[in-house]
Design a protein around this ligand. Structure first.
Ligand code: DSN
Length: 408
């Protein structure tokens, strides 16, 4: 029986969510619209199969087609990211990072990541996360003056702290990371270089961002700029294959989600098509136009600009918190997320910043001129967060814009 026939309550809510996704501007930097093919694969009968282990080395029988699919996903991931090994089983970015840690570190070992309020991820050493609880986390920060990474300072800190592993790759950093500089620092102090490219994987695959292929281990989600199913993978050189595979299964996961792995294979195929390059380049062009327009309207950007898919706004000069701006924009049909900014004086629940990304709107086909429209709407709402009429009018303008750029 169909979902509609079996559970009309859930069916109705999914339909409402579909309408909501269609009618609103999705500007959360980590979100996107997966293709119908990716969703079809995610919802396929592959969900029925247990496949603990790896292709041709499973603990259950009956994996002839599952093996073919997982091998296809692996080969495509390796080709797309030009690496010697790919493990496509991690269920999420956090699961991938847990496995990467256990592949290279013992509990209690020291590692170094970017401080969370400066753009690092929860799994990069936060004291409330496994990374900060089980490991000895030390952090580097962005420069107070430029709000950019200061590679000399990172090097100094690495020499002082001697971490066994250093993470580069972030959740709210608008500039290009100098992966070569990290490689040199890691080599100098004898640290493992881990690149978490979750946010930028689609840009890398599409040639709009430098490759981190020189890292010892690369973790990434598959659903952000890469536009695949909600999931993750671990990439790297062939020499680290065994330790990575062991850390994923049996180290930290059991049965892989073969339906999601199937969708990852489809996503990688899509990312290999020539039009994906255009999509990746357009994401960055769109973010740059959005950033320029916001600056021209008097808003302050962390690091002053963007070179990626995201802009990070410092709302302090506008006298509004990230939380209030996020809420006002949501009422106007513009979906963003509040975010801490470097040296933020507010808590992560309130924040002084707002993070905006262009991947999902680019997937809808929006370009530079739409970014100008969007920037203008954002500025007006941020400057008048309590103006109900403005929010209503903006919501209707958003719906009009969304109608011009249909998704699904
Ligand atoms: N929640 C993701 C993001 O928005 O960046 C990272 O886990």
């Amino acid at each position: 029986m169909s979902l509609k026939e079996t559970d009309s309550l859930v069916y109705g809510l999914v339909e409402k969510e579909l309408e909501y996704q269609k009618k609103t501007l999705r500007l959360i930097a980590s979100e996107n619209y997966a293709s119908k093919a990716v969703m079809e694969a995610t919802g396929s009968i592959l969900t029925n199969k247990y496949a603990e282990g790896y292709p041709n080395k499973r603990y259950y029988a009956g994996n002839r087609y599952v093996d073919e699919i997982e091998l296809l996903a692996i080969e495509r991931a390796k080709k797309l990211f030009k690496v010697g090994h790919a493990n496509v089983q991690p269920h999420s970015g956090s699961s991938a990072n847990i496995a990467a840690f256990f592949a290279f570190l013992e509990v209690g070992d020291k590692f170094m990541g970017l401080d969370l309020p400066h753009g690092g991820h929860l799994t990069h050493g936060s004291s409330v996360n496994f990374s900060g609880k089980w490991f000895n986390a030390t952090s580097y920060s962005v420069s107070k003056e430029t709000e950019a990474l200061d590679y000399d300072e990172i090097r100094k800190k690495a020499i002082e702290e001697k971490p066994k592993l250093i993470i580069c790759g972030y959740t709210a950093y608008p500039l290009i990371i100098d992966f070569k500089a990290f490689r040199e620092i890691c080599d100098e102090v004898g640290a493992v270089m881990m690149a978490d490219i979750s946010h930028i994987a689609g840009l890398i695959a599409g040639g709009a961002y430098p490759s981190p292929a020189m890292a010892d281990v690369i973790t990434t989600t598959t659903h952000k700029t890469l536009r695949g199913p909600r999931g993750a993978m671990i990439l790297g050189p062939e020499e680290n294959a065994k330790r990575i595979d062991k850390a994923v299964f049996p180290g930290t996961q059991g049965g892989p989600l073969e339906n999601v792995i199937c969708a990852k294979a489809v996503c990688f195929h899509e990312a290999m098509q020539p039009e994906f390059k255009g999509y990746a380049a357009q994401i960055v062009k769109n973010a740059k136009v959005l950033a320029d327009e916001l600056v021209a309207s008097g808003l302050r950007l962390v690091a002053g600009k963007t070179e990626t898919h995201l802009v990070l706004l410092d709302l302090t000069p506008k006298g509004i918190t990230g939380k209030d701006a996020q809420m006002a924009l949501e009422e106007a049909g513009i979906i963003t997320n509040r975010n801490t900014i470097p040296f933020d004086t507010r808590s992560p629940f309130i924040t002084s910043g707002l993070r905006i990304g262009t991947a999902a709107t680019t997937t809808r086909g929006m370009k530079e001129s739409e970014m100008k429209e969007i920037a203008s709407m954002i500025v007006k709402v941020i400057e008048n967060p309590n103006d109900s009429e403005l929010k209503l009018k903006t919501r209707s303008n958003v719906e009009e814009l969304c109608k011009r750029f249909q998704v699904y």
